[in-house]
Design a protein around this ligand. Sequence first.
Ligand SMILES: [Zn+2]
Length: 291
Amino acid sequence: MQSVFDKRKEELNEFNEALDKLNIRKKDEPLLQKQVPDDLMAKCVSCGRLIVKEDLLSNLNVCPFCNSHFRLTPKERLSQILDGDYQILFDNLEEKYTDFPDYEDKLKEAKASTETDEAIVCAKGKINGITVLIGVMNSYFMMGSMGSVTGEKVTLLAEKAYEENLPLIIFTCSGGARMQEGIISLMQMAKTSAAIAKVREKGLYIAVLTDPTTGGVSASFASLADITLAEPNALIGFAGKRVIERTIKETLPKEFQTAEFNLEKGYIDKIVDRKDMKQTLALLLKLHRYN
Ligand SMILES: [Zn+2]
């Protein structure tokens, strides 16, 4: 085998010498590959095509080839949906249930890397001049898992919507309950559901389900809205597809747990492209006599 490699090396050297003699390649030209800066291009996880980052940003982080909606940070989402300045709410809450091994370190890491304090950012702002209370979950913060502070923030936001008679909008995105907080995280499902029920007594609650909305969040406030919107192709479900297949011993369709599948089954009212989201929300608010 070694002799084959040696022979191949010899042939390559001969070939390079021949090229040099022909003077096709400029002698002093470096043989370095052209370097493309890392932050210039992005690869679509859905279709695999390369996209110039600048084009991706101007297209609201949606793939121009396949319409795949990339995940957003709360900051990006708020700037796409709200008119301009907005007020961040409830950002001074601290977790109390941090006994689980390494949980405190993980929290610190998540806070530092996302520059936010929890898996949801709450704000008061305006959509086409209409004042709203808005919550945006963050998949980059421990996969948007719902801990006690996440639940407390959703509850406080809902209570504020009730007290101030303002419409409530929540962009959900979550891997489920935060396992490090055990039963406390599961309790957030009941707590947020009770607060949302109160909002709906007299106000409007719109949920926008983004990729992925699963577990305890999908089983609580994500599923309790007056109007449920979703982004195209978002993964929406409770347990994982394979877990369900093993439990019911059936093969589920390929499109199972997509926004489109949920729309067909009546769980979602409308799938809205990101470019139309702000106008759709504004229209729904106007139809419900908010101004
Ligand atoms: Zn794509």
